[in-house]
Ligand binder design. Structure first.
Ligand code: 16G
Ligand code: ZN
Length: 547
């Protein structure tokens, strides 16, 4: 009863916006910030129910990532720090769209019954809240708190401004009973980074290359947090630009999404940076790309998610080979450590070839972190990345405990095996196990480059990207395009795939696919071929098929 009146009373204070239907897409709810108060309030309720159901700490993040500053969004982190289970998405949609107060109550009642969620004194709910630097974030966070507080027994902790991966990390840590403050996050990252640097063959190389590291913070939370990280660690020499404090506009001509899509330097970069190691974070710091400024100063050579993935894969594979080498005195307690790579159809064909030539298993999934993450979790070590720079490395718990338990014994067998085990353990602590994390990804790239003794130029030469082109075609109803095989085949409308196949046949190494966007009313077209002209022409000839 108390519950019902709390819900009814607050419901009337958060009327849903007229004429817009929001849905919990690949990255939660996203819209113009002025439309979101009601939705965020309802997601507060959803988070509290999720916490009651799982009897664990749940996260609620307010961000619209790389989208413009006037947008915002909200998403939920599950107990393991990953995205909210897809099973609950339909309920999230229904809750966000409910108009009538009694329909709203019924919806919650039915769902609570269906999921056997209990409300009693033994069941409490705890939600960690955070937001990015968007000005609309504070008010939206308040709306989320209101939603949470109308579920009896639910408490929220406002953690203020955080990166998306920091919040996911904290949710995961808290549920494992580990201290989970921001300080703990930074300490874990820096300790494991130092550990990797200490294990560099032949000792640390200071001033390896004359290059400096310069990071574009997208005028958002990432730059701000990187400043903190830098303060805590003397070993990190970073020039940070477009940090949120310098007054530039979030994501305007800056950030990983801009750099990756436009293939030009972000604001604040130019000819003075030619030859330097440059990196770019997105608006909530869950994406990372590197780039090199080309002569003349505005065009770049992009080292995207695929290239970061390739660097990580090479390093991990090297450590696993050392561990598995059949040397003298090896016991039979082998654990091969199955390494798997996960990409989407957007991965540059040259990267997939490179990885396959290393002898690695490469799997494809549809676009969206939840699909890649789920697939990567099937391996002892699973590395996933989207070309846009979102990705991480997942380690299976059993594999980690095997490494932990064997590392001392390995020392008596071979120093090299021992070191390889320590490196893998350090990577598992450095790289965020919950979601892609630009800050931890950046530290890992830096540690591996030092380990290899490589400049960014050498890393860039692992393979040469095939020229590619992305187009979007505005359509009335994007759901008419239905794909299969990780978005590489169009099954509907019928016939289109045959035409695409025929067109691809006209270009050497031609590859092309179309898919409905999960975030905009468009059909996306991707094409690659051996020349830019060919990639453009293939993309254009396929785009007209859906126009
Ligand atoms: C979302 C996804 C991202 C994906 C993008 C594709 C998450 C957290 N984010 O931002 O992974 O690359 O959507 O957008 O899953 P699109 O469907 O409009 O091409
Ligand atoms: Zn993001």
């Amino acid at each position: 009863e108390e519950q019902r009146s709390l819900l009814l009373e607050s419901f009337s204070r958060f009327p849903p916006p007229k004429g817009v239907k929001l849905s919990y897409g690949t990255a939660g709810f996203r819209a113009d910030a002025s439309l979101l108060e009601s939705t965020v309030y309802r997601v507060g309720i959803l988070a509290a129910l999720r916490s009651l159901k799982t009897q664990s700490v749940i996260g609620l993040m307010i961000t619209a990532s790389h989208n413009k500053v006037s947008d915002n969004g909200v998403k939920i982190a599950d107990p393991d720090g990953g995205m909210m289970t897809q099973r609950w998405e339909p309920f999230a949609d229904a809750l966000a769209d409910a108009w009538d107060p009694y329909e709203f109550l019924c919806l919650i009642d039915d769902f609570v019954r269906k999921e056997s969620i209990s409300f009693d004194d033994d069941h409490t709910a705890e939600i960690l809240l955070a937001r990015d630097t968007r000005p609309s974030g504070e008010a939206l966070l308040k709306a989320a708190k209101q939603g949470i507080s109308c579920i009896v027994g639910a408490v929220s902790h406002d953690l203020g401004v955080l990166t998306t991966p920091q919040l996911h990390w904290m949710v995961r840590a808290k549920n494992k009973g580990i201290e989970a403050t921001e300080r703990d996050y930074f300490e874990q990252l820096l300790n494991s980074f130092r550990c990797m640097v200490d294990l560099i063959p032949g000792g640390r190389k200071t001033n390896l290359n004359s290059e400096n590291l310069i990071v574009d913070g997208a005028n958002g939370v990432g730059g701000e947090k990187l400043e903190v990280l830098k303060e805590l660690c003397d070993d990190l020499v970073i020039d940070i630009r477009n940090s949120s404090k310098t007054g530039g506009m979030l994501n305007e001509g800056v950030g990983a999404d801009f750099v990756q899509k436009e293939k030009v330097v972000p604001c604040g970069f130019g000819s003075i940076d030619i030859g330097m190691r440059c990196a770019s974070l997105d608006g909530d710091a869950d994406r990372l790309v590197y780039f090199l400024v080309l002569p003349h100063g505005s065009k770049i050579d992009l080292l995207d998610g695929d290239k970061i993935l390739s660097l990580f894969a090479l390093f991990i594979k090297e450590q696993l080979s050392v561990l598995n080498e059949d040397g003298h005195g090896t016991t039979n307690s082998h654990y091969h450590g199955h390494l798997g790579i996960v990409q989407t159809a957007y991965a540059n064909g040259a990267s997939t070839n490179y990885l396959k030539n290393l002898g690695l298993d490469v799997a494809l999934t549809p676009t969206g972190v939840k699909y890649l993450h789920e697939k990567a979790a099937e391996y002892d070590i699973g590395i996933y990345f989207e070309a846009n720079g979102h990705g991480t490395i997942l380690f299976r718990e059993n594999f980690l405990s095997w490494l932990e338990s064997r590392k001392d014994e390995l020392l008596s067998i071979s120093k090299e095996k021992h070191k390889a085990a320590l490196r893998l353990l350090a990577v598992s602590k450095l790289i965020n196990q919950a979601v892609g994390d630009a800050l931890s990804g950046l530290l890992l790239v830096e540690a591996i480059l030092q380990h290899m003794g490589w400049s960014i130029h050498m890393w860039n030469k692992l393979y040469v990207d095939l020229p590619s082109r992305q187009l979007k075609v505005k359509v009335v109803d994007r759901t008419v395009v239905v794909t299969a095989n990780a978005e590489t085949l169009v099954v509907s409308p019928p016939g289109i795939q045959d035409t695409i196949n025929a067109l691809m046949g006209n270009y050497p190494q031609g590859r092309c696919f179309i898919r409905p966007s999960g975030t905009e009313d468009v059909i996306r077209v991707y094409a690659e071929a051996t020349t830019q002209e060919a990639a453009d022409s293939l993309a254009n000839s396929v785009a007209v098929l859906v126009d």
